[in-house]
Write a protein of this length. Structure first.
Length: 403
């Protein structure tokens, strides 16, 4: 296989132009942490962006950071931490779940459009993605957006590329809006709730003025796997609600939230350090990482319907799962099978207009199953037109999302 390792935007252009001229399928990679997500690809060349790294602009006072595409997320986060700032959408590090070693690159974070528990408050990666420079599948350099949040010049292509998994263009650099990190955090824990009651408790918390920044429910088998002592000691289910901000505000909102949840049971409180550890476990899906022989699905549903969807799945197959996003996100592990439980999971999610993505599975199964949610005809036609506009010869990560 031919491997290109560009050191500039022009090098990317030359590599993509060569691939387009020769109709050569091209795999786009960074650090490779998410390489096992998506359908398997048959490519003849690879474009490795890992050497195109480094922060090119960081203005803490302007809340903006720009970097080359191959910049490790850990490098950017270290720079942000020195200035008490963060990526507010809390991007997950799925390396432990997927069995890889590194935390990934900024371009990979953008292409996957993943977000952690704070999505319920801060939105997804695309909501903070200000702009980029890149190369289309035609071998043409283009850019979109800039260094400000309000940018109405032309189409907002940043929103299109976020979540496209490298199938539309190759990003050479990215620009993100960053935000101040909270001074402290605490987590209110209610133990012993079943899934339906926990959903109601999370809904009550989200409807309150407590500004909850994380709402998750860990059923008994999952809660007992937590490395956080106060959670694992519960030995039962744990419904957890995070509060962030300056210390006096967090303390006030904590007391108010405990009063709101009093009808659901007694509450315990995790202080800053164990609270942070717990939400790292939830964000990075640690609870399902210790059984690599299981398939892992990421199921997005309306929050109030999550427990109904999981109950339907549980009636049809063995499943280990937990809820994030106040019940709107289900991480579920099921046994390996010829069909991967795809019909069961997607059929259950479809009852509530939800959708599911197969995040972890053997290559053979990823080749045989639709990894991403199959699109309805109207949306599939729009996707096809986008692909034709950006990558008419279909050379960029061909087939990774859809055949």
């Amino acid at each position: 296989m031919t491997v290109f390792r560009p050191e500039s935007l022009e090098h990317i252009k030359d590599a993509v132009a060569w691939a387009a001229d020769n109709s050569t399928p091209l795999e786009i990679t960074g650090s490779g942490t998410k390489r096992a997500v998506g359908r398997t690809m048959q490519t003849e060349a690879s474009l490795d962006l890992s050497g195109l790294a480094g922060i090119t602009l960081y203005e803490p006072e302007e809340l903006v950071l720009s970097a080359w595409a191959g910049t490790l997320r850990s490098e950017a986060e270290a720079a942000l931490k020195k200035n008490a700032q963060q990526f507010a959408f809390e991007p997950p590090d799925l390396s432990r779940l997927l069995g890889t070693e590194h935390a990934g690159t900024l371009a990979g974070m953008t292409a996957a459009n993943l977000a952690g528990p704070r999505r319920i408050k801060a939105g997804a990666a695309r909501d903070h993605f200000l702009g980029f420079h890149g190369v289309s599948g035609r071998g043409e350099i283009f850019r979109s957006g800039g260094r400000v949040v309000k940018n109405v010049t032309g189409y907002d292509l940043s929103k299109v590329l976020a979540g496209s998994w490298g199938t539309l263009a190759v990003m050479s650099s990215v620009t993100y809006k960053v935000l101040p990190a909270p001074e402290t955090q605490k987590t209110v824990v209610v133990a012993g709730l079943d899934d339906a009651t926990a959903t109601s408790a999370m809904a009550a918390a989200m409807k309150s003025s407590c500004e909850v920044s994380g709402a998750a429910h860990l059923p008994a088998g999952v809660a007992s796997c937590s490395a956080v002592a106060d959670i694992s000691a519960i030995g039962n289910s744990a419904t957890v609600l995070r509060l962030e901000g300056i210390a006096p505000s967090v303390e006030f909102r904590k007391d108010k939230l405990i009063r709101i949840l009093s009808g659901f049971g007694e509450s315990a409180v995790l202080e800053a350090v164990p609270s942070s550890d717990l939400w790292t476990e939830i964000r990075d899906v640690h609870y399902l990482a210790s059984s690599p022989d299981l398939l892992v699905w990421r199921i997005s549903v309306p929050p109030m319907d999550g427990q109904k969807v999981l109950a339907a799945i549980g009636q049809a197959t063995e499943v280990t799962a937990f809820y994030d996003w106040a019940g709107g996100l289900i991480w579920a592990a099921v046994p390996v099978s010829e069909h991967g439980s795809a019909e069961i999971i997607r059929g259950s999610a479809a009852m509530t207009s939800g959708h599911a993505t197969l995040i972890r599975a053997p290559a053979g199964l990823r080749a045989a199953l639709p990894v991403f949610q199959p699109q309805p005809a109207s949306l599939a036609a729009l996707s096809a037109r986008l692909k034709q506009a950006f990558d008419p010869k279909g050379i960029l990560n061909p087939g990774r999302m859809y055949p």
